[in-house]
Ligand binder design. Structure first.
Ligand SMILES: *Cc1c(COP(=O)(O)O)cnc(C)c1O
Length: 353
């Protein structure tokens, strides 16, 4: 590899997983790097990380650590379903659009049924229709309602919205799964206790994101209904998700939770996005696409302006329709980065007019 390819790049807004490892997570890895301890999760670090999560969620939840979000989601969903069941989710849900069929694969055929709804949140009426429109044997039986918090377009479900969705699911004999790849960003955005938007609102299992929050690797699967966690350890092992040196996956959780860095990082990323939104909204020809409630800003801009921005070296996604651009902030984004990006957007959109 050429030297230049190894240079770190700053100022990127493509994804919060472009960022590095935050100091609290890194220190925790160092602290765990002493001597010999039992493998496969039978170690004191893993026990302490689970205990920390029980304190954060104020309940006796059962916790498993896996390598990434796709594994967390698909194994959690598989544990809630049989092969002839279905999972209802939003049409933009990561489980539907970005997991390469892993939920269907690990559940041996469970079908995802997607519904619409504004701002990345499903419309409950549409969810209800998907549940009740058929009850015959030819339709895969709805068994799980899956919601993403914060959503794929940077909005958040309120505690009341989650409660109403859970009530509907319960009423129809279904379970509730939450994809929380950006859960911390939702917690600080709503200023609620983590329990208020999970088990107290009816969520059965949460896939809690670590990587985008500032860790190197790892997501926690948190079962609030412990009965659902039965044999989940075997599922993880079979799927290649059981780390032998588990302490290096679990210890960063201790560092993040005990120091409060998980919320500090999310608060920082959200406020960078708020600042970016403020600057972008003031630029002629740019419009904000969704309410900015977490750490991303989606804007509609002329395609030529987006091209010019890319040519100038900026990284961002534009998967939401033509002309839509997503700018994602992380724990590592700085205010200076935000101002520089806003200046670049202003320049590229001025050149286009
Ligand atoms: C990033 C992300 C995930 C996890 O993705 P992996 O690359 O598998 O870790 C899950 N859900 C959402 C909404 C995400 O943005």
């Amino acid at each position: 590899m050429k030297e230049s390819n190894l240079q770190p790049t700053h100022n990127q807004f493509a994804s919060d997983n472009y960022a590095g490892i935050c100091p609290e997570a890194m220190q925790a890895i160092h602290a765990a790097n002493v001597g010999f301890v039992p493998s496969y999760g039978d170690d004191p670090w893993t026990e302490r990380a689970c205990e920390q999560l029980r304190q954060v969620f104020e309940t006796e939840c059962q916790v498993f650590f896996v390598f990434n979000g796709t594994a967390a989601n698909s194994l959690a969903l598989a544990s809630l379903c049989r092969s002839y069941h279905s999972v209802i989710c939003h049409e933009l849900a990561h489980v539907e659009t970005d997991e390469c069929g892993a939920p269907e694969f690990f559940s041996n055929g469970t079908k995802l049924l997607h519904v619409g709804g504004p701002s990345g949140k499903f419309d409950l009426g549409e969810v209800e229709r998907a549940i009740t429109r058929r009850s015959d044997i030819h339709y895969p039986r709805p068994k799980v309602l899956s919601l993403t918090q914060a959503t794929e377009v940077g909005t958040v479900y309120t505690p009341d919205e989650i409660g109403a969705a859970s009530d509907l699911a319960r009423h129809n004999g279904m379970r509730v799964h939450m994809d929380g790849a950006r859960f911390a960003n939702a917690v600080v955005s709503l200023n609620v206790a983590p329990a208020d938007i999970t088990w107290r609102a009816g969520v059965d299992v949460l896939c809690l994101g670590g990587a985008k929050n500032g860790m190197a690797v790892g997501e926690a699967v948190v079962f609030f209904d412990r009965n659902l966690a039965l044999e989940f350890d075997y599922r993880c092992k079979q799927a290649g998700q059981l780390a032998s040196k588990m302490r290096f996956i679990s210890a960063p959780w201790i560092g993040m939770l005990e120091s409060g860095a998980w919320l500090k990082n999310a608060r920082h990323a959200n406020s960078c996005a708020a600042l970016l939104e403020k600057h972008l909204a003031a630029i002629d020809g740019i419009s904000i696409m969704y309410p900015r409630q977490a750490n991303s800003v989606f804007v509609e801009m002329p395609e030529a302006a987006a091209d010019a921005l890319r040519a100038a070296g900026w990284h961002f996604y534009s998967f939401i329709g033509s002309g839509g651009a997503r700018f994602m902030c992380s724990w590592q984004t700085t205010e200076a980065d935000v101002i520089m990006l806003a200046d670049a957007v202003r320049l590229s959109s001025k050149q286009m007019r």
